[in-house]
Design a protein around this ligand. Structure first.
Ligand SMILES: Nc1ncnc2c1ncn2[C@@H]1O[C@H](COP(=O)(O)OP(=O)(O)O)[C@@H](O)[C@H]1O
Ligand SMILES: [Mg+2]
Length: 387
């Protein structure tokens, strides 16, 4: 921060104008796409990441090469940035404290603290009357068995912290599996929760943005299809009734408001057969299921994030075309490159500049716009590398 005195009076009327430097904690694809969007608007960027030439660093003005917990590195990021954001929620509490003290972090650290831990997240949502899957916190095999008695089967056991792309969770179908699952998850050395399995008909997500001054907008709901617990497709418009789409938008807006969000909040939800919504989890940042906005909405989620934290008016979230986003994982990269010169003209390629391609690693995505989502799905089918 250049002006420490000024720091104290920063609040909901502060506007961070283009030309200012936005510091990003984390140098992955989400940071990269925030920086690409923000640069178009005239902002400058600094990235902190342990890996030299990280995806976000490639498109930033400056990179600080340091681990996320390196206090000197974090202080340097604070010093050269007018405003700080992050691209993952597992920001160390100490680092968050340093940043809050020495820099302007409009998103604050409270939302990070909450979304880092499924127990805090689910309890907070429930306390605001938001529907979540019934759950129990368990700390022994006996408690696991008792929880199953109460919740019924199937159930899903999850680590409270650190899980992503289905890592750190087990589906329990028979009561005798509970004890072994509990023991297996001990490896992650964190609290464990068990929740009722929701027999969903669809998974959807809505990304809401709330600016520093309190304006809220939501993006159209995406219908998400996972493969091996990793997001495979986001289909927009989601194939749900307009009643449900509106209900999902309202729910995301309520969450953004109740949790006092600044920036983006991605809300993953299950749709039940009675057209009810159950919130699965939150992410206080741009989300993979919002990548479709880059080519299909007036404003992308990344631009919206920059607008929200800089306190500019939020952009229109209007959908311009039906679209399907498909993820490019490590194993898809070579086959895609073989036909990259022949892709249909409605296919937009986004690659993240990652040095090393590994199976299941997110390397990029395609946004396929078409007359209908069915047409977009056919185009993806024809590219044929996801079979
Ligand atoms: N309670 C549940 N009922 C049914 N399916 C679930 C439940 N919890 C998780 N899942 C499935 O597992 C996926 C990953 O779980 P999630 O809690 O979102 O963890 P992650 O952090 O890995 O994304 C979800 O997208 C959903 O398909
Ligand atoms: Mg999830």
């Amino acid at each position: 921060m250049n002006d420490i005195m000024n720091e104290k009076i920063k609040g909901k009327h502060t506007v961070i104008k283009p030309g200012a430097t936005i510091g990003i904690l984390g140098g992955g694809q989400l940071g990269r796409m925030i920086a690409l969007a923000g640069r178009e608007m005239g902002y400058r960027f600094a990235t902190l990441d342990p890996v030299e030439d990280a995806p976000s660093a490639q498109v930033s003005d400056r990179q600080i090469t340091a681990v996320y917990t390196d206090e000197a590195g974090v202080r340097e990021l604070a010093r050269i940035s007018d405003v700080i954001t992050y691209e993952f929620e597992n920001v160390d509490a100490r680092v968050a404290a340093v940043l809050e003290e020495e820099a302007f972090v409009p998103q604050g650290s409270e939302l990070l603290r909450m979304t880092q831990n499924r127990i805090r997240e689910k309890s907070t949502l429930a306390s605001h009357g938001i529907p979540v899957a019934p759950f129990r916190i368990i700390s022994s095999e006996q408690e696991a068995e008792q929880a199953i008695d109460e919740l019924g089967l199937p159930a899903v056991m999850k680590t409270a912290t650190g899980g992503y792309d289905g890592k750190g969770q087990r589906v329990i179908r028979r009561a005798e599996e509970a004890a072994t699952a509990f023991i297996a998850l001990q490896e992650f050395q964190t609290e464990i929760i068990i929740e009722q399995f929701i027999p969903f008909t669809k998974e959807i997500s809505v990304i809401a943005a709330r600016s520093l001054s309190g304006e809220i907008r939501t993006f159209p709901a995406a219908e998400n299809i996972h493969k091996e617990n990793i997001l495979h497709l986001s289909i927009v418009p989601a194939r749900i009734s307009s009643f449900l789409a509106e209900k999902a938008a309202d729910l995301a807006e309520t969450i953004a408001d109740k949790l006092d969000v600044t920036g983006l909040i991605a809300v993953e939800m299950f749709v039940t057969k009675n057209e009810e919504l159950v919130v699965n989890e939150l992410a206080p940042r741009p989300h993979n299921s919002g990548h479709y906005t880059m080519d299909a909405c007036v404003t992308s989620q990344f631009e919206q994030h920059v607008r929200a934290i800089c306190n500019l008016p939020l952009g229109s979230t209007r959908l311009l075309t039906p679209v399907v986003m498909v993820n490019i994982l490590g194993e898809h990269l070579d086959p895609l490159m073989e036909q990259v010169a022949n892709l249909p003209d409605s296919v937009k390629l986004h690659l993240y500049g990652k040095k090393e391609s590994k199976p299941k690693r997110k390397m990029g995505h395609l946004n396929v716009a078409a007359e209908s989502v069915d047409d977009a799905l056919k185009i993806i089918d024809k590219i044929g590398i996801w079979k």
